[in-house]
Design a protein around this ligand. Structure first.
Ligand code: SAH
Ligand code: SF4
Ligand code: F3S
Length: 446
């Protein structure tokens, strides 16, 4: 047996897209003969898959990189890679800041990792950030979980929200074909995965770049159609999707979610602001009234549906009154979960150039006030589960208490209960909820 096995380490920042890309890149590296190392300092190849959605996300990457760049000075055989959204945004500029890097690669190049590493092996310092058509990936991803899996259905984003870097770094929309998605789902189902989350930055845009229109003039391959196409894949018990955009969310989709039993009653629909003038300045393309109507409709079809969202506070020019309109929306809707952020000016976005930026104090004060309300409303929402019997898909041990297992109910609430992970992993279990907290539940098996 040889001991010259090469090890790789990947640290992933950012959203589910990046996590899905990392799993595919890990699959490629394992196919090339690398073995996973949890500790970056034991690895000969280190890949940072980066996020630039807010400034603090970007700065974190530079501090990680600095440490490994030092290590590389003593160990020239180390291969150092920056992938993802910072790589795409900064391109060659990163090389000037961190000359030790071997490879800088944008998200659209994730599936090309092997070919790019060959160029590195040939002695080149490589920058791969030109826009390309993403090829279907045939390598088996190394997925983090063996119960739940992500499946990309559309890459990129054609919206131009005035605060957002995503269209700059992820490129234009590119839908995968229903056939490719179905095939990936069938493989996943055979491998024993139980839950799939379909991914897209604007998942409601799925299919609008694919050929084919119906007699009534709508695109032939919409997200709704896709749900019907994939619903009956054997082995897959639950289907989720994210992220929904209020501008394109349809009643037809809501009806399909109600009809299709595997599709969970959980919707992630960011609203960003509860104020119409701010929404307009953000270029979001809807009003808070339209947003409220969507939630009402969902609840008409599925009264128990969980609703989560994203919101930004302290957008340029946001007045106290406009911020309070966001609080009011959160008060009225009662989100099960809300990801909140203080506005961060991003290079290459319109809002960053405006002269009505707010101070950090105002932004962090508003963020705290919003977070306080979010926790309170989430705790109220959790109450409805008390005493109820919920279906939980067991994913893993409770990392804080090994006598317990953890999973999620259909509404996506984390749920803990006493049990043996070896027997329960991957099972759908009926659990009676005995304790509720803002963002998680505890129960007992029935
Ligand atoms: N495609 C999704 C969101 C992708 S980015 C959508 O349209 O909603 C994830 C979240 O980051 C956004 O929903 C937004 O709330 C937040 N975000 C994006 N740009 C930001 C910025 N410049 N400052 C603060 N938060 C931001
Ligand atoms: Fe960014 Fe808007 Fe696209 Fe979402 S829809 S990724 S917020 S530009
Ligand atoms: Fe971040 Fe890129 Fe996702 S900027 S949020 S990792 S699309």
């Amino acid at each position: 047996m040889t001991t010259d096995q090469r090890h790789y380490h990947i640290t992933t920042f950012g959203c589910q897209m990046n996590k899905a890309d990392s799993e595919r890149m890990a699959g490629i590296l394992e196919k090339m003969g690398f073995a996973w190392s949890e500790d970056p300092n034991q690895a000969e190849l280190i890949l940072y898959n980066t996020c630039t959605i807010r400034d603090n996300a970007e700065q974190k990457v530079y501090s990680y990189l600095g440490r490994q760049a030092k290590r590389k000075q003593e160990n020239p055989n180390l291969t150092l890679i920056v992938a993802g959204c910072v790589a795409q945004q900064e391109g060659e500029k990163i090389l000037r800041r961190v000359p030790e890097l071997d490879l800088v690669m944008g998200p659209q190049h994730a599936n090309r990792l092997e070919e790019l590493l060959q160029q590195v092996a040939d002695g080149n310092q490589v920058v791969a950030t030109d826009p390309i058509h993403i090829l279907e990936d045939i390598t088996k991803p190394r997925r983090d979980s063996n119960i739940t899996a992500w499946v990309n259905i559309i890459y990129g984003c054609n919206e131009r929200c005035s605060y957002c870097v995503v269209p700059n770094v992820r490129g234009v929309e590119q839908s995968r074909t229903p056939e490719a998605i179905l095939q990936e789902m069938e493989t996943i189902g055979q491998q024993g995965y139980k839950e799939v989350t379909l991914l897209g930055q604007n998942i409601d845009a799925y299919g609008r770049d694919l050929p084919g229109v119906t007699a009534t003039g709508r695109h032939q391959h919409t997200l709704t159609d896709l749900l019907y196409t994939i619903h009956d894949v054997p082995g897959i018990e639950r289907i989720r999707f994210a992220t929904s955009h209020p501008r394109y969310f349809t009643e037809r989709l809501i009806a399909a979610c109600q009809e299709l039993s595997k599709v969970c009653e959980h919707f992630h629909i960011p609203f960003q602001s509860g104020d119409n003038d701010i929404l307009k300045a953000m270029k979001r393309g809807y009003t808070h009234e339209k947003y409220r109507q969507i939630i009402e409709k969902i609840r008409k079809y599925m009264p128990d549906a969980s609703i989560s969202a994203d919101a930004i506070v302290g957008f340029p020019g946001e007045t106290e009154q406009q911020f309070e309109n966001t609080l009011q929306l959160v008060e009225d809707i009662g989100f099960d979960q809300l990801n909140t952020a203080a506005y961060s000016p991003r290079p290459g976005t319109p809002a960053a150039t405006w002269d009505n930026q707010l101070s950090e104090e105002i932004k962090s004060d508003r963020l705290q006030r919003l977070n306080h309300l979010v926790a309170q409303k989430a705790a109220e929402r959790s109450q409805r589960y008390f005493g109820r019997i919920e279906e939980v898909l067991v994913e893993d041990k409770n990392s804080k208490d090994s006598t317990q297992v953890m999973g999620r109910n259909r509404g996506n609430r984390l749920t803990f209960f006493a049990g043996d992970i070896n027997q329960l992993k991957g099972q759908l279990v009926k659990v009676k909820i005995t304790e509720v907290r803002a963002f998680s539940l505890t129960g007992e098996i029935v």
